[in-house]
Design a protein around this ligand. Structure first.
Ligand code: S3P
Length: 199
């Protein structure tokens, strides 16, 4: 047998399945939650392209609204003010669906934001283990929380604190070292399963 190429193509949703997901969403959003480095932006961007939806990154929008980077906001105003801005920006963004919305790692920990996401979206937790998260966050130096101690110890503590809350998301996808397309297609399959069926 002759094989062309090195990677097996991952089968994404077909046109009818995409249409079904879009119908189910209406003006609601698919909201990606999970720890720093779990792939919310990279996977979110691909999921949006696959569903032909806009992709929005809440952290980028917070930076635009503040005219400062996340690190500068933490430095100049502290975490409490950052969280207030984050809550407001996400509330505004959720009014603008349908879209795929990636949120910063702490956003879903806020009860008000969680309630708003439940009302205006389908939440997807990208669950990853410590080694995957650490490998990915070590590529950049833009996360103020990881500068508050030994990064792997901070991340391990955040996993312990946050995973029970992330587990409340509608969908849980295992983020791991496989092509992003595979995770996108797994999320799409779970979204398709959420569709109300006419029998
Ligand atoms: C944070 C995660 C960051 C950013 C901020 C705080 C957190 O976003 O919102 O540094 O509390 O986990 P990413 O998860 O996109 O890195």
């Amino acid at each position: 047998m002759i094989r062309f190429g090195f990677s097996r193509r991952v089968k994404g949703p077909n046109r009818q399945e995409v249409a079904g997901v879009l119908e189910m969403l209406g003006t609601n959003s698919i909201v990606l939650v999970g720890l720093m480095g779990c792939g919310k932006s990279a996977i979110g961007r691909r999921l949006a392209a696959c569903l032909k939806l806009p992709f929005v990154d809440a952290d980028d929008e917070i930076e635009k609204a503040a005219g400062k980077t996340i690190s500068e906001i933490f430095e100049d105003h502290g975490e409490v003010e950052f969280r207030e801005g984050e809550r407001k920006v996400i509330a505004r963004l959720l009014a603008g669906g349908p879209q795929v919305l990636a949120t910063g790692g702490g956003a879903y920990m806020d009860a008000e934001t969680r309630a708003r996401i439940a009302e205006k979206g389908i939440s997807v937790w990208l669950k990853a283990d410590l080694s995957v998260l650490m490998r990915r966050v070590s590529r950049r130096d833009n996360r103020p929380l990881l500068k508050t101690g030994k990064p792997s110890a901070v991340m391990a503590r955040l996993m312990e604190e946050r995973y029970p809350t992330y587990a409340k998301a509608d969908i849980v996808a295992e983020s791991r070292d496989v092509p992003h397309e595979q995770i996108v297609s797994e999320i799409a399959a779970m979204l398709i399963d959420l569709r109300p069926r006419s029998v």
